[in-house]
Design a protein around this ligand. Structure first.
Ligand SMILES: [Mg+2]
Length: 257
């Protein structure tokens, strides 16, 4: 059931999780780092990278970063081992030993996505402030920098352009924070988390800020510790709420202590 979740402090949150044998599953944008105007401006500083590395080396904790970003992005931004990187909403998983798994075979989708990306770029070229992010098996329309009055028409045009492909190629459109994502149906953060828990059935702590993180909150309902990152109280399936990425960082620092 969805409800309004009350705020929790990083100190209190530490008391909600076991001392040992837990997963720390973290979204990236808006959770570990503040959301930036464009994806390439949301960079982690060295302190955050050091915190993640320190935690990942602690026995009894497994860390997974679970994001809509493609693997190449996450691998550039984050420390390497022993962190699990779950990219493109769960399409690709890089394990701590460096091996990479694709959770679906998307080779036949590639030319379709290329074609949609071509059409999307054409559509976006008519206006400023729009960005198309081309991913392994999907794409994202970012409109954070676009003129706000323009956005509804652009989003509608993008939806209309993508619609014929959705049924034919089993794709879906998902709204996010100033972004509209096109991705293969059935690939989502919730399924990715279940996959990780199948590997190690440890207590899950999941922290995320966006609509796609709600998929995980729903999957984990009644299990583990789910945390929404949001300044305002909003309807969510998460149990707790931290206010912003600074709180998340404080929580991580407390865990290293
Ligand atoms: Mg996010």
């Amino acid at each position: 059931m969805l409800s309004l979740t009350s705020n929790i402090s990083p100190n209190e949150l530490v008391t909600k999780i076991p001392a040992d044998k837990f997963w720390l599953m973290l979204d990236y944008d808006g959770t570990l780092v503040p959301i930036a105007d464009t994806p390439w401006k949301a960079i982690p500083d060295q302190t955050l990278r050091d915190l993640l590395t320190a935690l990942a080396h602690r026995p009894g904790i497994k860390i997974a970063i679970i994001s809509g970003r493609p693997l190449a992005d996450l691998a550039d931004l984050l420390p390497s081992n022993p962190i699990y990187l779950v990219a493109s909403h769960g399409l690709t998983i890089r394990y701590p030993d460096g091996s990479v798994e694709h959770t679906i075979d998307y080779s036949s989708l590639k030319p379709v996505i290329d074609e949609i990306a071509r059409e999307a770029r054409l559509l976006c070229s008519r206006h400023s402030g729009l960005l198309i992010e081309h991913k392994e098996a999907g794409l994202a329309l970012h409109y954070r920098l676009a003129e706000p009055t323009l956005v509804p028409a652009v989003v509608t045009a993008f939806r209309d352009m993508a619609r014929p492909y959705l049924e034919s190629y089993s794709l879906e459109l998902l709204p996010g924070k100033k972004v509209l994502e096109l991705r293969p149906r059935g690939v989502n953060k919730g399924s990715a988390v279940i996959r990780l828990l199948d590997l190690h059935n440890w207590f899950p702590v999941y922290i995320g800020d966006d609509f796609t993180d709600e998929e995980v909150f729903r999957h984990l309902k009644g299990w583990g510790c789910t945390v929404l990152v949001s300044r305002e109280s909003r309807t969510t399936a998460a149990r707790f709420r931290l206010r912003h990425p600074g709180d998340v960082r404080e929580f991580l620092a407390l865990l290293t202590g």
